[in-house]
Every structure is written in C-alpha cells, then in structure tokens.
Write a protein that binds this ligand. Structure first.
Ligand code: PGA
Length: 252
C-alpha cells in the first residue's frame, strides 16, 4: 500500500508573518492517522524557520528548486546539501513554471534530480503537458520525454526514493482540474513506463496529481488507483484549505 503524500507548493507567496500563521495553522490541524504524509514547500528564505516550526509535528518541509551543482561559483543558486542542512527532506524539480519561465530543459531537470538525491533529498519530479499538446494528442509523448530524461540520467532504481507529480499545465492555477479519470489515465501510463524498467520500483513510487486540487475534488482524485497524493498550489496557502485535502487523504 502506497502512502498518500499531500504536498503544498507555496510558490513565491507570503511573508514572515503570513508563513508563520500558515505553518502554525497546518501543524495545529494535522489529522490523525498514518496512511498519509503532509509536506510544505515554502519560498527559500523561509525554509529554516518553517522547518523549525514544523519540527515534531509530522509535517515535512521541502524546497521548490535546487541547483544541479554541488558547490562553488554559482551566484544565486542553492545546493541540495544546503537545503538538507536547513531542514528540507524533499525538493520539487521540473515544475512547469520553471520549465516555461526559466527555460529549464529536461536534461537540466534530470541533473537537478540527480543532485537532489546526491545531497540527501527526495526529488518530486513534475511532468505534464500543455493544453495545445493535449489537444494535439501528444500528452503521452510529452510526458515520456520528460520522464525518460530522468530515467536515463538517474536510473530507474533512483525512483525508489523519489516522487513523481503529474501536473497538466492547463490545470495549474486555472481552476480547471483534470477529471479523476483523465488524471488516472496518465498516472497509469507513467507507472507502466517505470514498470517497463522495473516493476517493483513502479509499484512503490508515489505519483501525485497537481493542478487546481482542492478539498472538494480531492476525494475523487485520491480514490483513483494510481493517484497517491497531490501537489497543491493555490489551496495550500490557507491552512483550512490545505487541511481539507489532508482530511481527504486521511479518509475523513
Ligand atoms: P494549483 O498549482 O494547485 O494552484 O493549480 C499546482 C502547482 O503548480 O503545483
């Protein structure tokens, strides 16, 4: 049985005061049960303070980006070891906003994935198609290219300690959620592609759905066989909204 992971991607939002209120609200409302894990990914400057507030709560902390390099003259970059050092356990790599706005290639995303694991973090690899790609019928080939770049660079065994997030770009921040069936189709495809290399790894790897997930649609999405959690943007910025999804994960 795969554990459900409910991950909040706070993106570039908040302040010291707002983030403190948010993490305190989440920590205070963690549902009972052990079939799920909660994770928050605050902006970089707040990682250490949010990690300190989350200590002992069962809420894990992750970063939104990481350098593909280990150390050295890379102005403005942050290494996996540094993120680990300030309390992170996870890091998001290849979010569609980074691919689209910062021109991250699949090869660079794969290098970040490898660097994250080398630094002791569990990468959350985001893959997903745009609306044009879906309408052109190329959803699976787009995802295959994004996934294969990492499978080739890191090897399938690396997915023993990694997470995949299927995030259709057309559903991110738009209020347009993929239906449970639409998401399940792609999740199954992703698991089968990993299984073609290693069935045991595929059976174990968590595949999250991301794209306008909220308390109302979470139960339907989480009930699907190959959906093992969510990567949540907008609805992770209010403790009660995020906890509604956590409740769905806890089966409440
Ligand atoms: P959203 O964002 O929940 O606001 O659609 C999801 C994400 O970008 O990870």
């Amino acid at each position: 049985m795969r554990q459900i992971l409910v991950a909040g991607n706070w993106k570039m939002n908040g302040s010291n005061a707002a983030n403190q209120e948010l993490i305190d609200g989440i920590v205070a409302g963690v549902p009972d049960g052990d079939g799920f894990q909660l994770l928050v990914c605050p902006p970089l400057p707040y990682l250490a303070v949010v990690a300190a507030s989350a200590t002992g709560s069962g809420v894990a902390v992750g970063a939104q980006n990481v350098s593909e390099h280990e150390a050295g003259a890379y102005t403005g970059e942050t290494s996996a070891a540094m993120l680990k050092d300030v309390g992170c356990e996870y890091v998001i790599v290849g979010h569609s906003e980074r691919r689209a706005l910062y021109a991250e290639s699949s090869a660079q995303v794969a290098a970040k994935f490898v660097a994250a694991q080398a630094g002791g973090l569990a990468p959350i690899l985001c893959v997903g198609e745009t609306l044009e790609e879906r309408e052109a019928g190329t959803t699976e080939s787009v995802i295959d290219e994004q996934l294969d770049a990492v499978l080739d660079a890191a090897g399938v065994a690396a997915f023993d300690s990694a997470v995949i997030a299927y995030e259709p770009v057309w559903a991110i921040g738009t209020g347009m959620t993929a239906s449970p069936e639409q998401a399940q189709d792609v999740h199954r495809h992703i698991r089968e592609r990993v299984a073609a290399k290693d069935a045991a790894v595929a059976a174990k790897v968590q595949i999250l759905y991301g794209g306008s997930m909220k308390g109302e649609n979470a139960p339907g999405l989480l009930s699907m066989q190959d959906i093992d959690g969510g990567l949540i943007g907008g609805a992770s910025l209010k403790a009660s909204d995020f906890l509604a999804i956590a409740d769905a994960a806890a089966g409440n």
